[in-house]
Ligand binder design. Structure first.
Ligand code: F0G
Length: 463
């Protein structure tokens, strides 16, 4: 018997589920009460009251049996724990950086780096600063400068690497401000705030060349480095036959260091690191990390967290996993596009970003259209998403408000958590909401802190 070779376009979850967590169904009436109680801010909802939680892909992934078994074997010594050496060796193997400083999560690495490098009136270029990165730069008196290519700001324009930095603008900024006022150049892979869009290897190389020419350190915000490597593999010429791990190694080889949240492509629930080559800077970073994070061989992580990350970094680079990961995000994106919904295209790596400005033109930016859509998705189907718009980015350092460049709703997909039927249900929720979009109204902020206000702001619907 000679059977024909089998080929299916269906990409299945490349794992079996052996441990499950129940999710709670609520009624629309329940959700209205719950959201009201949470001051119309989804961050203030109890997770148990959410059916499908797409608030973030950060720390919300499912760990593998291999990670759990490594965790049992952890060494919890204060100094010199063997779990640290495993962690350090994995980070060095993938990034090639000499010094590895563990931190409790990504923003702690940013805090250490920027506390030492940034002073008043410095500018820090990036493709797009993530909110914590921006806040840390501003906290040190610096200015966070976003230099994304034009295409990256146009949701519907198709471009394979919409996370690229505009390197002409980078050169102009260096000329204008002088290299002495630019202590570091950053590049965020993938570009979270701009739609989870990848940065091409050519762009990384060019940013690196410019940084080196001017003697400015170049650091990568590496949270989603594995997803970025996959996009390079499938979209950039010359990388089709390369393994994701080798693409990642090349990416890091152009930089002087990186900040990392292991809660994303570290496949862990907590953890992060700062990795770099400069000996003197590393010494200062370690001293500061003792003050804020802990001894340099644990830095805010338990031994078992370091074990989880050491294994997780390799799992994030597995080809079968990455193919499924990127394809399943695109599957959701395709469903929404087919229904006529504007999303950032092409679909990014870890999330689908709905263009709320386009969907809700009747809500002015400072009445927060993306916030309104976020709340409508929860009310409709118990789905929690996140606003990346004028609530998150509209508040200026001088206290005034300015509309954000885009009004987006991010549906971030936790790693290895939801199945295709969850995604099908989710698409139904979004489409149902879209079909009655003219009924959605704006919001008003009734109270908010001065920094990172979206996390705890209280709002109310405008009638
Ligand atoms: N940089 C980027 C690009 C990020 O996406 C994040 C976190 C951080 C830095 C900070 O890392 O949370 O470990 O301190 N992003 C999460 C998100 C919170 O939902 O996108 P952290």
């Amino acid at each position: 018997m000679k059977l024909k070779p089998f080929k299916s376009n269906v990409i299945i979850e490349p794992f079996r589920i052996r441990s499950v967590e129940p999710i709670r169904f609520t009624t629309m009436r329940d959700r209205e009460k719950l959201l009201h109680k949470a001051s119309w801010n989804p961050f203030l909802l109890k997770a148990a009251d959410v059916l499908i939680d797409l608030l973030t892909d950060s720390g919300t992934g499912a760990m593998s049996s291999r990670q759990w078994s490594a965790m049992i074997e952890s060494d919890e010594s204060y100094a010199g724990s063997s779990s640290f050496y495993k962690f350090e060796s994995a980070v060095r193997d993938i990034t090639g950086f000499k010094h590895v400083i563990p931190t409790h999560q990504g923003r702690a690495a940013e805090n250490i780096l920027f506390s030492l490098l940034v002073t008043d009136d410095d500018i820090i270029p990036n493709n797009t600063h993530f909110d914590t990165t921006r806040a840390h730069v501003e906290h040190q008196g610096g200015q966070a400068l976003d230099l994304l290519i034009e295409e990256g700001l146009q949701p519907l324009t198709i471009h394979p690497f919409k996370g690229n930095m505009d390197t002409e603008k980078l050169e102009q900024a260096i000329l204008k401000r002088g290299k002495d006022n630019i202590p570091v150049i950053m590049l965020t892979v993938t570009n979270n705030s701009g739609g989870g869009q990848p940065v091409s290897m050519a762009n990384v190389r060019e940013v690196s060349r410019i940084a080196r020419e001017h003697g400015i350190p170049f650091f990568i915000d590496a949270c989603r480095f594995a997803e970025n490597s996959w996009f390079v593999k499938i979209r950039e010429e010359g990388y089709q036959d390369k393994k994701p791990i080798d693409i990642a190694r090349e990416l890091f080889s152009y930089a002087d260091g990186c900040t990392m949240s292991a809660k994303k492509d570290g496949m862990s629930n907590i953890g992060g690191f700062l990795a770099l080559n400069d000996d003197d800077l590393a010494r200062e970073c370690r001293s500061l990390s003792i003050l804020t994070e802990g001894f340099p061989t644990y830095g805010g992580m338990a031994g078992y967290d370091m074990e989880a990350v050491a294994a997780g970094l390799y799992e994030a680079l597995d080809e079968g996993y990455l193919r499924y990961r990127i394809r399943s995000t695109a599957y959701l994106g395709d469903k929404l596009v087919d229904a006529g919904i504007s999303i950032i295209q092409p679909t990014g790596g870890h999330a689908v970003y709905i263009d709320a400005k386009h969907m809700l033109p009747h809500i002015p930016p400072l009445e927060y259209p993306a916030w309104s859509l976020t709340n409508a998705l929860y009310l409709t189907g118990g789905v929690r998403s996140v606003e990346i718009g004028s609530v998150m980015f509209g508040l200026q350092p001088d206290g005034s408000e300015k509309p954000a460049p885009m009004e987006l709703v991010r549906l971030a997909i936790p790693r290895r958590v939801y199945t295709q039927s969850h995604i099908d249900f989710l698409a139904d929720v979004v489409i149902h909401t879209y079909n009655q979009r003219e009924k959605l109204g704006g919001y008003r902020i009734t109270s908010a802190p001065k920094v990172l206000r979206h996390f705890s702001a209280e709002l109310e619907p405008l009638e």
